[in-house]
Design a protein around this ligand. Structure first.
Ligand code: ADP
Ligand code: MG
Length: 241
């Protein structure tokens, strides 16, 4: 008789997968520093395990939830994205070794989140960064993270699209383009929140306009599938205005 896998077996397998891939020596050391410095109180559970990074729900000593994103120590997924680093004047001098490249993407996301905070857009607040470990505000309700827009669709119709485009415009005015915007990188709370800023480039990047057009095109296509149609050229005009 073959043994039916139990839910616990699966969870254990997932846990070990996560532990071996993310909690390498360096990440563990950085996490222990965050615990020692009392920036974190607990690291609770993985919210997401992706190709480039894993995200955990964690808590602070004053009882607040935070999200901890740990970039993986594997360069393969990042090599495809070198274009986003190299054209960005902030990261021109990055050395081309594995460690520095992954760290640069983590730093890029942190800096971009700082710009977003100054622009007053709906995105996680950046709290702390050590090497590949980024601590930010937790987007969720109670214990659970908000769902991403690909899972639940727009929740407030046109209003959600207006909110997203307004945020894209505010970012652009602060000199930033997300460059990886899609329904997968938007979390749906009371309003849509933009996340995953590792690829974000400054508007001086030689391909910034192409990235902006792609971002907006992807969002308009998603909303069009939900019956909300807007003209791309006009929308871009409003953003760049
Ligand atoms: N600040 C956050 N609060 C709660 N959940 C988050 C937060 N940031 C990311 N997540 C969750 O983790 C997933 C992956 O995060 P993301 O930054 O998109 O990384 P990647 O796509 O590179 O793996 C998201 O889809 C979301 O479910
Ligand atoms: Mg993502």
């Amino acid at each position: 008789m073959t043994k039916k896998p139990l839910k616990e077996d699966y969870q254990l397998k997932e846990r070990f997968k996560t532990e071996s891939e993310v909690f390498d020596r360096e990440a563990l050391l950085d996490l222990s520093k965050l615990l020692k410095k009392q920036i974190l109180q607990t690291v609770d559970y993985p919210v997401s395990t992706g190709k480039e990074a894993n995200v955990f729900r964690a808590s602070t000593p004053d009882g607040k939830y935070v999200a901890v994103k740990i970039y993986k120590n594997e360069t393969a997924p990042f090599f495809r994205k070198m274009d986003y680093l190299e054209g960005d004047p902030r990261f021109e001098r990055i050395k081309h070794n594995d460690r520095d490249i992954v760290r640069a993407f983590a730093r890029k996301e942190f800096k971009n989140l700082e710009i977003c905070e100054r622009a007053g857009i709906h995105s996680p607040k950046p709290y702390f960064l050590i090497n590949r470990v980024l601590v930010m505000s937790f987007l969720g309700e109670g214990d659970l993270p908000y769902p991403t827009m690909n899972m639940v669709g727009p929740l407030h119709g046109e209003k959600d699209l207006d909110s997203i485009l307004d945020d894209v415009r505010k970012m652009y005015r602060k000199g930033l383009v997300h460059a990886d915007l899609s329904e997968y990188n938007i979390m749906m709370g009371d309003v849509p929140y933009l996340i995953d800023f590792g690829q974000g480039v400054v508007t001086r990047h030689p391909h910034a306009m192409r990235f902006l057009e792609r971002d907006v095109g992807i969002i308009l296509k998603f909303f069009a599938r939900h019956g909300i149609k807007r003209d791309l050229a006009k929308t871009l005009g409003c953003i760049k205005d």
